[in-house]
Write a protein that binds this ligand. Structure first.
Ligand code: SF4
Length: 395
């Protein structure tokens, strides 16, 4: 099964362009019901052990004691005091996590998380990540990108290429890459060495063409030249939790890592790679698996996501994460992607075939999006677990 695509994570619609981009950042905190929220961009999901320890300390000192992993391989601190922005910024800057104040919210770059570790793929895309990040931060035009505009750098295995990014680079045999814009089924060929500059140029072209009309390439595909090379659909999969020759992949519950768990991960490897599937790759890790995290495939928690819900979001009709956790702990096998939402907005839902579990105020509406069309049932919270397990088996 292809990986659950990352997220329509509260994407604004095209008509929201004129109202401005409210996407949170490390310096622009978002006022949530459980306190202020800061989103720290991690290009390629890359984090050193030292930086992970800094984030763990910040989560304990200012936040709710945990870190949230996002579907763009970034991290969030929640429950912050509204006036903690300046000190937070200083700490992130000192740790090398805030290289640009003007561009901090546009450094959204996902990359194949096992690149260079498992002998697959045609390039180690970490070099592309670093170069693109530097070029992005040096481009005045790029500061105008939306805070959810996404670059995906795929090493050729087709994993992050499935994420519907605005600009996607896919490494090709022998060097170079194919560059795809939005959901185009064709691509441009890019010579070896030009990958990062071509990705940035494509984004700058989009800004120049779209102006005030659209936030994302998918909203204005007519404004971009898709290229002429046919592109087959990506077939890669998200890395499964467990050991592999190059290290360890660790799965989380809805992307939450306590400060203590983060310290355990930092002790296990000098580099952490946060994946768009809210797991963590620990290159070279050989020691004992961190407690309380998934380190084997086959769990019902795979491909299971949930929005923030209550008490963090005022719009939510239920504490969806608590209800979802109870349902997943009762299940015995993984299945189709499933997403719990506290309201119709369905923040962070996957694309493709998935099971939609929506809080109604009286329980949950479980909708299976099948090829034959959607089928829905309105259920109590107690009935929901069984219906979700059945829908995941048959979707
Ligand atoms: S309750 Fe609605 S608005 Fe709040 S996080 Fe969930 S889906 Fe988004």
């Amino acid at each position: 099964m292809p990986p659950a695509p990352a997220a329509a994570e509260s994407r604004p619609g095209p008509s929201d362009r004129e109202r401005g981009d409210a996407c949170p950042g490390a310096l622009r905190l978002h006022p949530a019901d459980d306190g202020a929220l800061a989103r720290v961009r991690l290009p390629g999901g890359l984090l050193t052990d030292r930086q992970a320890l800094v984030l763990a300390g910040l989560a304990e000192r200012w936040g709710d004691g945990a870190l949230e992993l996002t579907s763009r391989g970034n991290v969030q601190l929640r429950g912050l005091p509204a006036d903690s922005g300046a000190e937070l910024g200083d700490a992130l800057r000192a740790a090398g996590l805030l290289p640009s104040e003007t561009h901090e919210r546009v450094r959204n770059i996902v990359a194949s998380p096992l690149s260079g570790l498992d002998g697959r793929g045609y390039a180690d895309v970490r070099a592309w990540v670093r170069e693109l990040d530097q070029r992005l931060c040096a481009s005045p035009a790029a500061a105008g990108l939306a805070g959810l505009f996404l670059f995906a750098l795929d090493d050729g295995r087709g994993d992050v290429a499935a994420l519907d990014a605005d600009v996607t680079l896919i490494a090709t045999p022998g060097g170079g890459a194919l560059l795809r814009l939005g959901r185009a089924v064709t691509a441009r060929r890019v010579a070896a060495g030009d990958e990062a500059s071509a990705a940035l140029a494509a984004a700058e072209e989009f800004i120049a063409a779209a102006g005030a009309k659209a936030w994302f390439v998918r909203d204005a595909p007519e404004l971009v030249d898709p290229g002429a090379e046919p592109l087959p659909p990506p077939t890669g999969t998200a890395p499964e939790p467990g050991r592999f020759d190059g290290g360890l992949v660790v799965g989380t519950r809805f992307g939450r890592l306590s400060a203590a768990q983060l310290r355990q991960l930092a002790a296990a490897a000098p580099e952490l790679r946060i994946t768009p599937w809210r797991s963590v790759v620990l290159p070279g890790a050989t020691g004992p698996a961190p407690a309380g995290l998934r380190t084997a495939p086959g769990s019902p928690w795979e491909r299971a996501t949930a929005c923030t819900g209550a008490p963090g979001c005022a719009k939510s009709l239920a504490d969806v994460r608590t209800d979802a956790a109870r349902a997943l702990d009762l299940a015995v096998e993984p299945g189709a992607p499933v997403h719990w939402s506290g309201c119709e907005r369905r923040c962070g839902h996957p694309a493709g075939a998935w099971v939609d579990v929506l809080a109604t105020g009286a329980g949950y509406r479980v909708t299976a999006h099948r090829m034959s069309g959607p089928t829905s049932q309105d259920l109590t919270t107690e009935q929901m677990a069984e219906a979700v397990a059945e829908a995941r088996r048959t979707t």
